[in-house]
Design a protein around this ligand. Structure first.
Ligand code: ADE
Length: 230
């Protein structure tokens, strides 16, 4: 069974690519797919690029061309939950697009028009594997909850309060809900694992620059541990 592992940026996949026994590299739609053995599992690792469209392209290609049976998204995010500090971990229970807004036509905030599901549940087994991996791999606080995604880098306390109040998101990033939506449409299980690089407030840009490497390494460590026990 082949597992797809996606990160949006170089820092988020670099460690995997260093340690992976790569058998083949293929390129589709400008994304390079590294197929091989990673932490004892058959895996395809790729860097999707930033944002929901890139993440959606990447996910559909993993499913269609590589026949992956599960997808794990790893990377960094901005913390929304008050208990979360920089470096702490989030495991998705679901994902939603916070920038989907058709309220002018009477749809609820975040609701995708004419579609039954707008909050995409993560896979129970993958959530459990991620929790166990987090316990073994790192002594960091882990919060489970809804991951919010949008094509925006969030850097204001007002927006953080809004994202908490409207959707009860635990963290915010730019890809998870797109991966989740594509996985839902194809009935492929997924989970998103994110380490906090910032608090999505006025210091977010500075924190992001400083802490992304550390946070990405933490997220990678959990995924590696997950694959070990697959
Ligand atoms: N990824 C990491 N930090 C983020 C933020 N503050 N907003 C959106 N995506 C992020």
């Amino acid at each position: 069974m082949t597992i797809g592992v996606i990160g949006a940026m170089e820092e988020e996949v670099a460690l995997f690519l260093e340690e992976m026994e790569t058998e083949q590299v293929e390129e589709y739609a400008g994304i390079r797919y590294h197929r091989g053995r990673l932490a004892g599992a058959d895996a395809v690792v790729c860097k999707s690029g930033v944002g929901k469209v890139n993440a959606a392209i990447c996910t559909q290609i993993l499913i269609d061309r590589f026949n992956v049976k599960a997808i794990v998204f790893t990377g960094v995010a901005g913390a929304l939950h008050p208990d979360l500090d920089i470096g702490d971990l989030v495991i998705s229970t679901s994902c939603q697009q916070h920038d989907m807004d058709v309220t002018a036509l009477g749809f609820a905030p975040g609701q995708i028009p004419f579609q039954a599901v707008s909050v995409f549940p993560a896979d129970e087994r993958l959530i459990r594997l991620a929790e166990e991996a987090a316990r073994r791999a790192a002594d960091v606080k882990t919060v489970k909850g809804k991951v919010l995604s949008g094509d925006q880098f969030i850097s204001s306390s007002e927006k953080v309060a809004e994202l908490r109040e409207k959707w009860e998101g635990v963290c915010v990033e730019m890809e998870g809900a797109a991966v989740a939506h594509v996985c839902y449409a194809n009935r492929v299980p997924y989970v998103v694992i994110r380490s906090m690089s910032d608090r999505a407030d006025h210091s977010a840009n500075v924190n992001f620059a400083e802490f992304t490497k550390l946070a990405a390494e933490r997220s990678c460590a959990i995924v590696r541990e997950m694959l070990n026990r697959w």
